[in-house]
Design a protein around this ligand. Structure first.
Ligand code: IMP
Length: 199
């Protein structure tokens, strides 16, 4: 498996400025420079797969082929066991056209009804793709329980309705570094650094 060497330049297959900041910080120690798909005017492919790995591959491959550089993409979501893993890859879409996450959390809560199964997890896939089509993906998960009503002001998305295993607080009641230490994204990133970057 090919690894990224120190000093390389990669494309982040996202048009989101927040993600560019997050990934640039995480990769700074490895001396890897990150440019965004937005800066290079790359088209945004449709996320048509029904798995996190599948969608991260679609995004990473499209950016690697269009830019001629190695590309990194992520895909993540919230999986509720009483809903057979929904909203899953549709996590952002459950917020409707304005991606309103209060709406999305209420939808999860309503669909869960009176169930006593509160199991849930966050999942994050990261895919590194090379311009010749080689890919390598890693997956991080964080298991826990849904809580209702939502609690906490930090974070984003479904954070206020998720309490990770062994914790009393929701993700939204933790600061960013506490969350990153145990989160799906933090775990996926640790695997990515171990498996995909020369150290
Ligand atoms: P995407 O991976 O950017 O396509 O979006 C994933 C969606 O999953 C986000 O819009 C959030 O709703 C949800 N999600 C992913 N990771 C987290 C997290 O760490 N906290 C809360 N929600 C998340």
């Amino acid at each position: 498996m090919r690894r990224l060497s120190r000093g390389s330049k990669i494309v982040l297959a996202s048009h989101n400025a927040g993600k560019l900041r997050e990934f640039s910080t995480l990769l700074a120690e490895s001396d890897i420079t990150v440019v965004s798909a937005g800066e290079l005017n790359l088209p945004e492919p449709e996320e048509t797969a029904d798995t996190f790995v599948g969608n991260s591959e679609i995004k990473a491959l499209a950016a690697a082929r269009a830019s001629g550089l190695p590309a990194l993409a992520d895909d993540s979501g919230f999986c509720v066991s009483a809903l057979d893993g929904q909203p899953g890859v549709y996590s952002a879409r459950w917020g409707g056209p304005t991606k309103d996450m209060t709406v999305a959390m209420e939808r999860v809560h309503r669909k869960m009804g009176e169930t006593t199964d509160h199991g849930a997890s966050f999942v994050a896939a990261l895919c590194l793709a090379w311009p010749d089509g080689e890919t390598h993906s890693v997956v991080g998960e964080c298991h826990g329980q849904t809580v209702w009503p939502p609690r906490g002001e930090h974070g984003h998305g479904y954070d206020p309705m998720f309490r990770p295993e062994g914790e009393t607080r929701t993700f939204a009641e933790m600061d960013e570094s506490e969350k990153n230490a145990i989160s799906h994204r933090g775990r996926a990133f640790a695997l990515f650094l171990k498996e995909c970057v020369e150290n």
